[in-house]
Ligand binder design. Sequence first.
Ligand code: R5P
Length: 293
Amino acid sequence: MTRLYLPMPGNETMAETLAAQAGDALGALETRRFPDEECYVRLLNDVSGMDVDIVCTLARPDPQFLSLIYAAETARELGAKSVSLIAPYLAYMRQDKRFKQGEAISSVHFARLISQAFDSLVTVDPHLHRRRDLGEIFSIPTRVEHAAPLLADWIRDNVANPLVIGPDAESEQWVAAVAKRAGAPHIVSNKTRLGDRSVVIEIPDFAQWRDRRPVLIDDIASSGRTMIETARKLAESGMQKPYCLAVHALFAESSFAELSSLAEQVVSTDCVPHASNAISVAPLLWGPAQDGG
Ligand code: R5P
């Protein structure tokens, strides 16, 4: 075996699945905090001559980021042939513009840090706004996988008579593709974001779909407000409780509990480990990263 999947803490299940699926080796790290909270990292495998794929989803990245960089640097120093990052969720992609004087464009800085430490990157549905692809900000080969077909298949297999509802006009193409594969009609809401935790949702006329089960889909549930406000609007209009599907289940603060009280079921992929995980992206992730972005 020449490939080793090495999980950062919290990513063991995904790394085990990838190693088993690919017939490759599974590695292990020892990590801890010194009393002053600095981090300690030790690789427990011989990585010399190996292609090392570090598995680390990057939800809530700040507390784990330095350990991740130390693991990558150590693998390289100890003779790894290549050091790649498998990050099913890629953080810091949203702030891609300086809206106010002096703001950090964190997507660019984060991409630069990752590109310095790794030879390649594999991820799922990065939350790009104004960028067309990852190649604009990463200087290493990247491979982007898409969870839309997995969401569509879950809807087809689990929801009778669905109506797929997307969060905003920008999501129309993506939502249409999911709905088509699921064999369902679709509509998209109008969303106005007023702040990090505040959105106003208007749902277009859906009188003709009243008998259908609403299925809200989104690439990310972050503050959760988009899905919560949409589910509220549906409840006010007497629709059945929606299924709520997200690729990346970040669900800050108490948003998951709030959404669960309004939903038939909240479902997510395992890009971010979460109680709502029901769809595995592992089949998308193994194998080498390629240029593409
Ligand atoms: C919008 O651009 C995205 O597709 C999501 O709708 C949005 O990021 C969700 O964020 P939140 O959960 O904070 O409303």
